[in-house]
Design a binder for this molecule. Structure first.
Ligand code: TRH
Length: 389
C-alpha cells in the first residue's frame, strides 16, 4: 500500500481552534491512515501552546510524526520555493493558499485540493459537501464540510476515543488521582457530592451568572478554568458562598484536555474543537459559540440545538449564555435571568434530562463516520492507486 502524502495549511486567525483542529487532523491521518504530512502553520506560537517542545525559531521540525513547517507570507520564501506540492492539499478553514504553491499544483496530475470548511449543523451543509469548484487554471478544489449527518464530512473523532473515554469514566480512582495532580484533592465521597465544572469560554462569558446559578443549587461545586489568564481569578466583586470553589489550572495538552472534560459533570466550551470534544465527553455542556458578525453564531447555535433533544429550558439557558456574552445583559425583561434558568437546569429533574440528552447526543454521533476517515476515503476515491499502488 502506497502512502498518501499531504500538505495541510493552517492560518491562525485567532485563539487556538484553527491550529487545534489542524493538528488533531494531521495526527489522526498520520496515525490511523498512514498519511505522511507536512503541516504549514503561519503562527507557530499558537501550536507551541499545545506542543511545548516545539521550537518556534525552527522553520521545519518533526514532532509526533508530523513535519511542521513555518508558513511565511513572504512571496519569495525559500522554504516554500523549495518544495513540490504533495498528492493531497488541505486548506484548513478554507484559508488562501500561497500563490506560488498553487502555480506548482497546476501539473498534469494535480494534487487533490480540499477546502476544509467551518463546522455547522445547518441543513445546507449536506448539499455543498463534496462539491468541487473548477477554476480557470484547471484546478478544482473540493469543498469539505464537517457536519452532523450522513452526507457531510462528519466530526473529528479518533478511532479509540470512545473506548478510552468509557474506560476513563468508569475508573473513579484514576480520575481522582489525575485531579489531585491538578491540585484538586477529593475523596470518593466528596467527589460524589461535588459538581465538577470546567470553564473554557471567551472573556465576555457571563461567569458571574454561572457562579450565581451554581450557588443557587446548594450543591458544592468546583470550577476549573484551564489556561486562560482572564479566568485566573473570580470575577471582580463576586464573593462566592463557601460551597463554590474557583480554581485556575494550567493549559493542558489536547489529550489531557479530553481527560478534563471526561472527568467533569458539566463543561463550558467554546470555538469549534472544544465543542466537539464536549460532545464526545457525553456530559452536559454550554457551548460558548465563537462570536461572528451578522449574528451568524446564533444561527449556528440554533441549527445545532435543533438537532438535539435537549430540554427546552436547557436550550433557553444556552441561548441566553450567548446573548448575555454578546450584549452584556439579559435578552429582555420578559426573559427570566440566566442565573435563575441555569440553576433550574442544574437541578433535578431537568439536570437528569440534560444528562440523558447529552449521552444520547454523543451516542447517536458515534455511529457516523469520522472526519479523517471521510477525507481518507474521498482521497482514495480520487486517486485509487494510493491504496493499491
Ligand atoms: O480557541 P478557540 O476559541 O478557537 C477558535 C478560533 O478562534 C477560530 O478562529 C475560530 O474559527 C474557531 O474557534 C471556531 O476554541 P476551540 O476551537 O475550542 O479551540 C481550542 C483548542 O485548544 C482545542 O483544540 C482544545 C485546545 N485546548 C487544549 O489543548 N488544552 C486546554 O487546556 C484547553 C483549554 C484547550
Amino acid at each position: 500500500m502506497r502512502q498518501i502524502r499531504a500538505d495541510l495549511f493552517c492560518r491562525v486567525i485567532d485563539n487556538l481552534g484553527d491550529i487545534g483542529v489542524m493538528w488533531r487532523l494531521a495526527r489522526q491521518l498520520n496515525v490511523e491512515k498512514n498519511w505522511s504530512i507536512r503541516l504549514w502553520v503561519d503562527n507557530t506560537s499558537a501550536l507551541a501552546r499545545m506542543l511545548p517542545n516545539l521550537d518556534i525559531q525552527n522553520r521545519v521540525q518533526d514532532i509526533e510524526g508530523i513535519s511542521i513547517c513555518h508558513w511565511s507570507d513572504n512571496p519569495s520564501d525559500l522554504l516554500m520555493a523549495s518544495v513540490q506540492p504533495n498528492d493531497v492539499v488541505i486548506a484548513g478553514f478554507s484559508c488562501e493558499l500561497p500563490a506560488a504553491f498553487i502555480t506548482k499544483m497546476c501539473r498534469p496530475t494535480p494534487p487533490i485540493w480540499f477546502q476544509l470548511e467551518y463546522l455547522s449543523a445547518e441543513p445546507w451543509v449536506r448539499e455543498f459537501h463534496g462539491r468541487s469548484s473548477p477554476r480557470q487554471d484547471g484546478l478544482a478544489p473540493i469543498f469539505f464540510f464537517p457536519g452532523f449527518e450522513t452526507g457531510t464530512g462528519g466530526l473529528l473523532r479518533e478511532a479509540g476515543l470512545i473506548a478510552q473515554r468509557d474506560a476513563w469514566q468508569s475508573d473513579i480512582s484514576q480520575q481522582l488521582q489525575w485531579l489531585s495532580a491538578m491540585g484538586v484533592s477529593l475523596t470518593p465521597e466528596q467527589r460524589q457530592r461535588t459538581r465538577l465544572v470546567s470553564l473554557f469560554a471567551y472573556e465576555n462569558a457571563p461567569v458571574d451568572k454561572l457562579l450565581g446559578a451554581l450557588a443557587l443549587t446548594d450543591q458544592p461545586a468546583i470550577v476549573l478554568a484551564p489556561g486562560n489568564a482572564s479566568f485566573d481569578r473570580l470575577p471582580k466583586d463576586f464573593k462566592p458562598p463557601e460551597h463554590i470553589i474557583w480554581q485556575a489550572i494550567p493549559f493542558l495538552s489536547q489529550p489531557e484536555y479530553d481527560c478534563l472534560l471526561w472527568s467533569m459533570d458539566f463543561n463550558i466550551v467554546r470555538g469549534e474543537d472544544s465543542f466537539v470534544r464536549a460532545i464526545w465527553a457525553k456530559r452536559p455542556f454550554i457551548w460558548h459559540v465563537y462570536p461572528q458578525g451578522e449574528e451568524t453564531h446564533k444561527i449556528k447555535l440554533n441549527a445545532w440545538l435543533a438537532r438535539t433533544s435537549l430540554p427546552s429550558q436547557v436550550q433557553t439557558a444556552l441561548r441566553l449564555w450567548v446573548t448575555e456574552s454578546t450584549l452584556g445583559h439579559t435578552a429582555g425583561d420578559a426573559t427570566p435571568p440566566l442565573a435563575h434558568i441555569l440553576s433550574q437546569t442544574l437541578t433535578h429533574p431537568l439536570w437528569f434530562d440534560w444528562q440523558c440528552a447529552s449521552e444520547n447526543l454523543s451516542q447517536a454521533l458515534v455511529q457516523a463516520p469520522d472526519l479523517a476517515s471521510e477525507l481518507d476515503e474521498l482521497s482514495c476515491q480520487w486517486q485509487p492507486d494510493h491504496r493499491s499502488g
